[in-house]
Design a protein around this ligand. Structure first.
Ligand code: CA
Length: 560
């Protein structure tokens, strides 16, 4: 058998980093809410026009913090998707490092607001101030008239490469929170200097590691932002994140014969969907809340020879381990169950299994290809990039770490040390919410990268601390049925303007209970559906025979 590997392609890195703009997306579409900033060919409704003659390094350097060294400033002409802007690039010194690069985007017609962009995965991509927000539906903030900031957080390598961490706790801190902080400070200073005007509102947005970045910033630097869009956050990095990936690697690769081929993933996916789709009252190819799906995988057991239409006993055991809480020998749950969600076909192979079977060692055990310091972008499946990068290289600082040696009883302290640099577990949000800051969280119910139950757990912790009523005044969580990681999903309504909803909340003081979202296929909107503030759910309330693909026929109601 040939050694088939998964190599990260450029487009995958782009998808992970959510660094690309979404051409042609207007701020007006897909919204059940009004939005504060109207986007048109002439720019935002409320705008200030810059003196573009000031887009020079000598002029702007005079406003930059002393740790910030500008390398270029240039006017970028308008394109079909982006307005004219001044792009400022530079480096920022952090303790022990001069490697951090950043970029600030200064639109000529400015809406007087700032959006700090964040990166997914291990960050490490070139800064891109014209990039998307990672929110799966909001237009690129620069295109909407915002000044923007972006940074690689101090290292290069891209979204899947954690190798920078070995012997560099300083770079882990920069990745953890400091890289974004120094970029926010530099960007704000450059914005105020360029426009000779104060910033009226600042927002921090991101998904995945970007979601973690928003939370940790709110916890450590509570005065910087007025609002946060937090997508599918990897907030418990690396401890719980590493455990969740270890959990799935144990399920699929502990024993010979456990691995599922893409054909068997489809079998499982179809069977789960068939069993649970209608539980929410609508057979629409989406399981609204997969916690309520009690699918028995033993119904798929092979009765005769193994084939793509059944699962073997080792495969059934693997699905059961994957979809059960993982406990250590003391009985503590260290990783909650992965939900069977009926759209495994959209994400399980890429994130957890790989498209090709793992090599089998001489002892009969599967030995999936794992990343190495020399080859950090090659592995059996994405899960190994994150288990190795976060647990082995960040937690243990060991370039030769081996995933099977991780000890669930003894080794958590190794991760706790790095948790102190990167985790956003704190629920002490008072310093930021006391000045009026708001949070919109979102997470796909079918996310097979980061467990949606983790976001529910954080929300429950916040409610426990502040009470439901107080929490409602500053935080709303939108669970997206059928959505994969940050975006995607076979028929999920994965595109929603969370930034627009946050802006409206800040403008009016009225919290969003419903954000209308779309599924777009081949450029055509095939379904709209409200996303409802958790724990509310969307239920069909239209007239008999009305379209179930039209958000107008749904209401957000308490789940029954
Ligand atoms: Ca359904």
């Amino acid at each position: 058998m040939s050694l088939l590997t998964l190599t990260v392609e450029k487009n995958v890195v782009d998808e992970m980093s959510h660094a690309h703009a979404r051409p042609g997306v207007s701020a007006r579409r897909m919204l059940g809410v009004c939005i504060a900033v109207s986007v048109s060919a002439t720019g935002p409704a409320h705008a200030l026009t810059a003196n573009i003659a000031n887009c020079t390094v000598p002029y702007l350097q005079s406003f930059a913090p002393s740790n910030t060294h500008l390398t270029s400033a240039a006017i970028i002409n308008a394109t079909s998707t982006l307005p004219m802007y001044c792009r400022v690039d530079g480096t920022i010194d952090t303790p022990n490092s001069t490697a951090l690069t950043f970029s600030t985007g200064l639109p000529t017609v400015w809406n007087e607001k700032f959006v700090m962009l964040t990166q997914g995965g291990f960050a490490g991509n070139p800064p891109n101030p014209a990039g998307g927000s990672g929110t799966g539906g909001s237009p690129a903030p620069l295109a909407a008239g915002y000044a923007t900031g972006s940074t690689d957080t101090g290292h290069r390598g891209g979204s899947f490469d954690g190798s920078f961490s070995i012997n560099h706790p300083d770079l882990i801190i920069d990745f953890g929170h400091r890289g974004n902080k120094v970029t926010v400070d530099a960007s704000k200073a450059l914005i105020a200097g360029y426009y000779q005007s104060a910033i009226k509102r600042s927002l921090l947005v991101g998904c995945s590691n970007g979601g973690r970045s928003t939370m940790i910033h709110a916890q450590r630097y509570p005065d910087d932002f007025d609002g946060y869009v937090v997508g599918a956050p990897a907030y418990a990095w690396p401890g719980m994140l590493g455990l969740d990936f270890h959990h799935s690697n144990l399920a699929w690769f502990s024993k010979a014969g456990s691995w599922l081929s893409p054909a068997k993933v489809k079998l499982l996916s179809d069977a789960v969907l068939a069993a649970c789709d209608a539980n929410d009252g609508l057979a629409d190819a989406v399981i609204d809340d997969p916690r309520k799906c009690s699918f028995d995988v033993r119904t798929l057991q092979c009765r005769g020879a193994d084939s793509d239409s059944c699962l073997t006993l080792p495969q059934i055991a693997a699905v059961q381990l994957y979809s059960s809480d993982l406990k250590n020998s003391y009985g503590d749950t260290v990783s909650p169950r992965w939900l069977l969600n009926g759209d495994e076909v959209a994400g399980l192979t890429a994130w957890k299994l790989g498209a090709n079977p793992p090599p089998i060692a001489a002892n009969g055990r599967p030995e999936p290809l794992v990343p190495t310091i020399a080859s950090p972008n090659t592995a059996q499946a994405f899960s190994f990039f994150f288990e190795y990068g976060s647990v082995g290289w960040q937690g243990f600082n060991d370039p030769n770490w081996y995933w099977r040696n991780f000890n669930l009883d003894k080794d958590l302290n190794y991760l706790a040390q790095v948790d102190g640099m990167t985790s956003a577990l704190s629920t002490n949000l008072m310093p930021t919410v006391s000045h009026g800051a708001k949070f919109i969280f979102y997470h796909g119910w079918a996310d097979q990268a980061l467990n949606p139950l983790r976001t529910i757990m954080y929300y429950d912790d916040v409610v426990e601390r502040f009470g439901k009523q107080h929490t409602d005044s500053f935080m709303r969580v939108f669970m997206v049925p059928g959505m994969q990681h940050c975006t995607g999903g076979t028929v999920a309504t994965d595109r929603a303007d969370y930034i627009g909803a946050l802006e409206q909340w800040l403008d009016t003081g009225v919290a969003p209970t419903r954000i209308d979202a779309s599924h777009v296929q081949g450029g055509v909107t095939t379904r709209t559906r409200p996303l409802c503030a958790y724990p509310l759910v969307a239920r069909f309330t239209g007239p008999q025979g009305a379209s179930t693909n039209d958000a107008a026929n749904f209401s957000c109601v308490a789940d029954q």
